[in-house]
Design a binder for this molecule. Structure first.
Ligand SMILES: Cc1cc2nc3c(=O)[nH]c(=O)nc-3n(C[C@H](O)[C@H](O)[C@H](O)COP(=O)(O)OP(=O)(O)OC[C@H]3O[C@@H](n4cnc5c(N)ncnc54)[C@H](O)[C@@H]3O)c2cc1C
Length: 385
């Protein structure tokens, strides 16, 4: 995959926006443990950056998927992980199924305002008792006339304290667990929704994460995306874009860790010479940079195939796995060379160390990625009866 002039121009526009509208405020937002999503998304929407690959009929750019990845990569220029993650939720996590399978009426009501930056969305899959085991989620929707009455809980939901709507995966029947779920668009101001708790975290602090309760929340059945019972399958497809976003978004931030560590190690002297002159250090940094290039190659390969309409479950799972593991390795190694300075809360490498830890857990933990890869390699043992 090669970025064209258009890809690079979009990245330039986004980087300028990040320099002017995001990075100057990151420290304040990290401290507040929330950022003003409506304000930031409206400005991104005005620049056409919230729907690059979404249909033009709903305000999107109508571009191919490689542009979404160019954006995900450029978002790595943000000086924290929380804000890019929140933007990625809007562009690549809670809207792909809506854009692909939603009715025109649903897309007018929820997708168009999300692309314009007038509404903030969130994706509600995980529950207190079901994260990795998506099929085991317990929230349920009971039919009442033309409506659903939804009850249950959603946990760790990014953007949810500010969101105008949730794309919610919920059991809509009692059938087999992979065929009894639907994705339903739920307005977050519906009676019966309680934003029960803002969850405190060790990283990704600019991003709000909520525990949400649903008590007989009435939603029209027409808010369901596609056929009843197709939600699990749609969410699995939607996860491909979430995982590729997560992997692409890591590249620049990790390069920043390496680059800033090189600069620090050139300045910092021990025993009469610069830290960087120790072979153990410059070799390690070269090794990490090599690994980052491998991640980039994997992401680009997956992007190229996905743009051509191919199934990239294997490559997207590998990219997500690699991004999570490498994120931990790069941030931990770089922090080490900053010494005591690396242990300071406000050090950018320390922030990366805290933020990237999520990548091995959220959106499918490393072990879940390994399970998918093993299944596709044909080496996952079958379940014994
Ligand atoms: C900051 C943050 C933001 C999030 N945002 C969202 C969001 O917006 N929407 C949403 O729906 N969810 C969100 N999540 C939830 C996230 O996707 C889940 O936490 C994740 O899928 C793991 O689920 P769990 O926490 O229930 O872990 P569990 O399923 O309890 O698993 C715990 C650990 O056990 C291991 N494990 C699990 N299963 C296996 C297995 N079969 N074999 C081997 N090891 C295994 C893994 O190491 C895993 O980390 C977010 C989480 C966090 C922390």
């Amino acid at each position: 995959m090669q970025y064209t002039h258009e890809h690079l121009e979009i990245q330039k526009t986004l980087r300028r926006f990040i320099d002017e509208e995001i990075n100057p405020h990151v420290d304040e937002w990290e401290e507040a443990e929330i950022f003003p999503a409506h304000q930031v998304f409206k400005k991104l929407g005005n620049l056409g950056l919230l729907g690059l690959n979404k249909p033009e009929a709903f305000g999107g750019g109508g571009l191919d998927y490689s542009y979404a990845m160019a954006m995900a990569e450029a978002l790595g220029h943000v000086s924290c992980g929380g804000v890019p993650m929140a933007i990625g939720v809007q562009t690549d996590m809670c809207t792909p199924a809506l854009a692909r399978f939603g009715s025109d009426a649903l897309r007018r009501e929820f997708l168009a305002p999300a692309i314009a930056g007038d509404m903030v969305g969130c994706i509600g899959v995980s529950e207190p008792g079901a994260g990795s085991d998506v099929a085991g989620l317990k929230s349920h929707a009971r039919k009442d006339g033309d409506d659903y009455l939804i009850s249950g809980q959603k946990m760790w939901i990014t953007n949810s304290l500010q969101a105008d709507w949730m794309c919610m995966l919920v059991n809509t029947s009692d059938g087999p667990v992979h065929r009894n779920k639907s994705l339903v668009m739920v307005p977050m101001d519906s009676p019966g929704i309680e934003k029960a708790k803002k969850i405190r975290k060790i990283g990704m602090n600019s991003s709000d994460t909520g525990l949400i309760y649903f008590d007989n929340v009435r939603v029209p059945q027409r808010n369901r995306i596609g056929h009843e019972g197709a939600g699990f399958m749609m969410q699995m497809l939607q996860f491909q874009e979430e995982r590729l976003f997560g992997a692409a978004n890591m590249i620049k931030g990790l390069e920043y860790c390496v680059d800033s560590t090189i600069e620090y190690c050139k300045e910092r002297k021990t025993f009469g010479s610069a830290l960087i002159d120790n072979q153990v250090i410059h070799f390690r940094l070269a090794e990490l940079q090599t690994e980052i290039e491998c991640l980039r190659a994997l992401v680009y390969q997956a992007t190229e195939q996905y743009t051509k309409g191919q199934d990239v479950t294997r490559l997207a799972s590998m990219a997500k796995l690699k991004a999570g593991r490498l994120g931990r390795e790069v941030s931990d190694s770089c922090l080490q060379y900053w010494g005591g300075m690396g242990f300071m809360w406000d050090n950018p490498v320390a922030r990366a160390y805290r933020d990237v830890r999520l990548v091995s857990i959220g959106g499918g933990a490393d072990e879940i990625m390994l399970g998918i890869i093993c299944k596709l390699m044909g080496i996952l043992p079958g379940k014994k009866k």
